[in-house]
Design a binder for this molecule. Sequence first.
Ligand SMILES: Cc1cc2nc3c(=O)[nH]c(=O)nc-3n(C[C@H](O)[C@H](O)[C@H](O)COP(=O)(O)OP(=O)(O)OC[C@H]3O[C@@H](n4cnc5c(N)ncnc54)[C@H](O)[C@@H]3O)c2cc1C
Length: 427
Amino acid sequence: MISRRWWEEAEFRMEYDYDIAITGGGLVGASLACALANTGLRVAVIEAVSRQSESQPSYDDRVLAIAPGSRNILRGIGIWQEIAPGAVVPIKTIHVSDRGRFGFARLRHVKHGTDAMGYAVPARELGAAMDRKMGRLEDVTMVCPAEVTDLTQEQDRVRLELHPHAEPGETSAALVVFADGADSSMRRSLNFETTRRDYGQCVILTTVTPDRGHDNVAYERFTDSGPMALLPSTNNRYTVIWTTRSAQVEELLQCSDDEFLKRLQYRFGDRAGALRRLGKRKTYPLSFVSVKYPVRHRIVVAGNAAHTIHPVAGQGFNLGLRDVATLSEVLSDAQFEGRDIGDIEVLERYWQWRRRDINRMSGFTDGLIRLFSNDSTTLAMVRDSALLAIDMIPPAQNFLVKRTMGLAGRLPRLTRGLPLRKSDAPH
Ligand SMILES: Cc1cc2nc3c(=O)[nH]c(=O)nc-3n(C[C@H](O)[C@H](O)[C@H](O)COP(=O)(O)OP(=O)(O)OC[C@H]3O[C@@H](n4cnc5c(N)ncnc54)[C@H](O)[C@@H]3O)c2cc1C
């Protein structure tokens, strides 16, 4: 195993304050910091909004569907163990349907040899678990609240100017990871070539309680105004993720609880029983972001800053976690080989590994929205036939499920349930 002392004595190590500076300590930035623990790399996480603040954008009331592959990653980096066991609700069955039409598909965990198709976990709980874990990491420094206001790329380091001025107000790192979300100011200031589209849709997030047990079933229902998902949650509630056209959002936010429940039940149908006891309603505008080439000498763009996708299939954070698992492995290997972790050749390894998965998942979720938001009768036949094929033809179902579980393609060690470094494996 590489000795930390050796690394600290390396000449270029003396040139900067941190090995890695992560701008944005949201779900992806904080996960990356935890993944890099024990590599000997010194990490700074620069986060704009205090973790305790109600306006913290990453750790709010949304409930995230975590894929089994992502659960492995979170477990491998010590976050899963920090989540209160009662906060995790296994999703045993996923029921997908097309409102008013014949197409449907059922995906059951027993058919895929796993204890669950995924796990519903509140983002707030995940954030608290990440905080607990990061608080114990010697090599991770949290700089919060602080924003990076300027960034200068030099051959051997990146200089970052911070506001409000932490001591000494400027810092530097061998590598900077932009994990500052869909609106990444860092990405914009460095002019990364980016495709950005507004979906013209918003999500309304709330909770309801059905008049019977949720039986760990998640529902995805496509409707003519956008998809609607019900995720089984704690206390026998469902988290509702209702996508609707932006023009209709205000009306849905303003109507009474009874009226909202009535409309929800009408759009969703009776499959989950009678829906009652509405929670708080919160809305999110939806956009698509895709950075063409998210690596440069000493810079990586990751998570939502690099790829923001529609929440239709609950894959955004899962995709970001796979960035984390891959990037931490590439960096840890590069450090082991005595290479400069900010070198573009090292970062290119990361991008060549991630490119396919990111492009496929972005294309898949975007394609779903286009396919299911179309009134054409021919397309409706196509999608209903596709749903039935997924329901009835096991290879078609396996193909889809492996991808949504995050278990397809070349998997990083953390996804496979292995330690980040080969040398850390139990003998
Ligand atoms: C309604 C909804 C439901 C979803 N459901 C799922 C799901 O079921 N499963 C799933 O996998 N994904 C889901 N997602 C997607 C998931 O929430 C995102 O993919 C994930 O939050 C992205 O994390 P991130 O850290 O990349 O970005 P963010 O969560 O946006 O975090 C960015 C962080 O950077 C900070 N920041 C911003 N600018 C700066 C700056 N200049 N300097 C320093 N810090 C800065 C912000 O304060 C924030 O903490 C859902 C999304 C929505 C909207």
